[in-house]
Design a protein around this ligand. Structure first.
Ligand SMILES: Cc1cc2nc3c(=O)[nH]c(=O)nc-3n(C[C@H](O)[C@H](O)[C@H](O)COP(=O)(O)OP(=O)(O)OC[C@H]3O[C@@H](n4cnc5c(N)ncnc54)[C@H](O)[C@@H]3O)c2cc1C
Length: 397
């Protein structure tokens, strides 16, 4: 159905990437953004795999080199005082996130996408009518890409409706660069610790700063980290983020569909959204011709949800039980090669095939049993017919 009119609410990463794909498919696209420009205020660290970079470039064309702020060959994972460095397949990149959003907006504009800045959408109806700047407009399709904080989607009962956690990056002086007892060196460091609410911490260096971050549902966790940084703090940025969430929400009501963070397109452990969102847009681009947009979009999002679901239980367990993470790190045999960064189910099976199971079980027996159950549940839910699963396990409207 090309030349149909589509409204995308939100000029964040997901709304912009999707609008580029829609313009390429021949749709007439209006993007509504309440802020003064794309990418403001910044909230994302911007660390992605090379694989995710390729997905973004498949949709938006080659990115200028200036958008790549840093390259890393791996990641260091720590828990309860124990750290282990891993190489990552293809390596990692840190993008200039506000710059990326501005770049995507310029590509979209070149494809005749109209981006309405400083225009807040105040209501959306299932029949495709939306209200923005006190005028009502009608669209064939409306896509809510409003980010992690549930607002417009609440009334429609679509998308991720769970309360997100809060993620914050503290910019601190380079020397000393410390996250509690850990010190990041050449790779980003991710730490699983006992927090008030399930969450995790991270730290990395760039040329001039040390960035220390946390994602948690508890403001006390966030304040506690802040208190350790007094004297070295230079600034901070952050926003709501989905971690440890349930994937597969209801995606569509009438002519309205959700996308991006709003559709729970986030990796369940880290909350990283760029990989699942870019993957869903690619799948849409590859499959949408001659199909209803709403159907093609929900199908592509569901297929990515199935991949995420496979690791969701395991991710929640890792966030809640840092002891298990420590036991896994300690039980890994040395010859583990580069790990997969985006698909946690694959990462988990890679890591587990290199762990000494007996020492893992004796280190955290309860956690290991819970891990086996989490793996089995993930495998079952991601392979069974989703409508059958939702019928028996999680009824949805
Ligand atoms: C601290 C932190 C660190 C992160 N680090 C990473 C990382 O390293 N790697 C990674 O892959 N992901 C990371 N993420 C997640 C990533 O930022 C998101 O998945 C990504 O930005 C998805 O964006 P989105 O377009 O769905 O939402 P957003 O980027 O939040 O964009 C939504 C847009 O919609 C606009 N909007 C909302 N409501 C309205 C309305 N009613 N009318 C008009 N406009 C509206 C908002 O102003 C906003 O611009 C991080 C997130 C946080 C908070």
């Amino acid at each position: 159905m090309s030349e149909a009119r589509v409204a995308v609410i939100g000029a964040g990463f997901s709304g912009l990437l999707l609008s580029i794909a829609l313009a390429r498919l021949g749709f007439e696209v209006d993007v509504y953004e309440e802020h003064t420009g794309p990418g403001v205020p910044p909230h994302c660290t911007g660390i992605i795999s090379r694989n995710t970079l390729s997905l973004i470039e498949y949709i938006a064309g080659p990115l200028p080199g200036s958008l790549i702020a840093q390259k890393f060959d791996g990641v260091t994972i720590c828990s309860q005082g124990y750290c282990r460095a891993f190489k990552v397949l293809g390596g990692l990149i840190r993008l200039d996130r506000p710059g990326l959003d501005r770049h995507l907006a310029s590509i979209a504009a070149r494809l005749d996408v109209r981006i309405h800045l400083k225009t807040k959408v105040t209501s959306v109806a299932p029949d495709g009518k939306l209200k923005a700047s006190n005028s009502v407009k009608a669209y064939d399709y409306v896509i809510i890409a409003e980010g992690a904080r549930p607002r417009l989607r609440v009334e429609l009962g679509v998308g991720c409706l769970e309360e997100p956690a809060y993620g914050v990056n503290y910019i601190t002086t380079l020397n000393p660069c410390r996250l509690g007892r850990y010190e990041p060196r050449t790779t980003p460091l991710v730490a699983f610790e006992r927090l008030e609410s399930p969450g995790y911490l991270w730290a990395f260096r760039d040329d001039s700063h040390c960035i220390v971050g946390i994602a948690s549902h508890s403001t006390r966790d966030i304040r506690r980290l802040l208190n350790t940084l007094r004297g070295s703090l230079k600034g901070a940025y952050g926003g709501p983020i989905y971690i440890g969430h349930t994937v597969r929400p209801r995606l569509r009501r009438g002519r309205v569909t959700v996308f991006g963070d709003a559709a729970c397109l986030n990796k369940p452990l880290s909350g990283g959204g760029l990989y699942p969102q870019a993957l869903a847009v690619k799948r849409l681009l590859d499959s949408a011709r001659n199909r209803s947009l709403a159907r093609a979009l929900t199908d592509s999002v569901r297929s990515v949800h199935r991949t995420l679901e496979a690791s969701a239980h395991l991710s929640r367990l890792a966030l809640r039980r840092p002891k298990l993470v420590k036991c896994i790190l300690e039980s890994i045999k040395d010859r583990l090669g580069p790990i997969e960064y985006d698909n946690y189910r694959r990462t988990a099976s890679q890591v587990l095939s290199f762990t000494r199971k007996a020492s893992l079980f004796s280190c955290d027996t309860i956690g290991s049993v819970m891990g086996v159950i989490a793996l089995l549940r993930g495998a079952l839910e991601s392979t069974l017919n989703p409508s059958l699963v939702s019928h028996f396990i999680r009824p949805r409207g």
